[in-house]
Design a protein around this ligand. Structure first.
Ligand SMILES: Cc1cc2nc3c(=O)[nH]c(=O)nc-3n(C[C@H](O)[C@H](O)[C@H](O)COP(=O)(O)O)c2cc1C
Length: 166
């Protein structure tokens, strides 16, 4: 048995207790909340989650149907993912109502945005970012946009986005 097997070295706390407490303090809880119709944004969300884990964060990956405004304060940071739908808009039937209900809790919240699009110029993401800033959210990094299915570079960018939130 080594010198530090039983006690945390600098405080002398029992090791198992200190390890558990410190882990809870150190690990950021990050939610990844997305909507995806044909799987492109879902693939991005999986890479975002991977990035959180790689940086030592605790990740909670869920669809927008599994998330609601009452859960906003349960996470240190949130990645929101939604493709461009309608005409350069967020998906209107599930994602947008969920996101609208979260708006009042966005102030000072650390968030990041991602999503896939098709033929457009990324206008939906621009207006989504504007809305988040107006609500006082802290966008911790550039949003990640992929054209249809994400390529390798897109997936790496998604991982980096997750890492920035962890
Ligand atoms: C009803 C509908 C509306 C769309 N509107 C836009 C749009 O305004 N601008 C754009 O760039 N892409 C648009 N797209 C393309 C999607 O954003 C694109 O296919 C994306 O990869 C879908 O992501 P998902 O697989 O996560 O659902 C639209 C697709 C659908 C089905």
């Amino acid at each position: 048995m080594g010198l530090y097997d039983d006690f945390w070295p600098d405080t002398g706390e029992p090791w198992e207790y200190a390890k558990k407490e410190r882990k809870e303090i150190i690990m950021a809880k990050v939610a990844v909340v997305y909507w995806s119709g044909t799987g492109n944004t879902e693939t991005m969300a999986a890479s975002v989650a991977e990035g959180v884990k790689e940086k030592g964060g605790q990740v909670f990956l869920m669809t927008c149907g599994e998330f609601d405004a009452s859960m906003m304060d349960s996470y240190d940071a949130i990645a929101f993912g939604c493709p461009s739908m309608g005409s350069e808009q967020l998906e209107e039937s599930e994602f947008e109502p969920m996101f609208d209900s979260c708006k009042s809790s966005l102030k000072d919240k650390r968030i990041a945005l991602f999503g896939s699009h098709g033929w457009g110029s990324g206008e939906w993401m621009q207006s989504w970012e504007d809305t988040c800033r107006e609500e006082g959210a802290v966008l911790v990094c550039d949003s990640v946009i992929c054209n249809e299915a994400p390529d390798e570079e897109g997936l790496e960018n998604c991982k980096a986005l997750g890492g920035a939130l962890a």
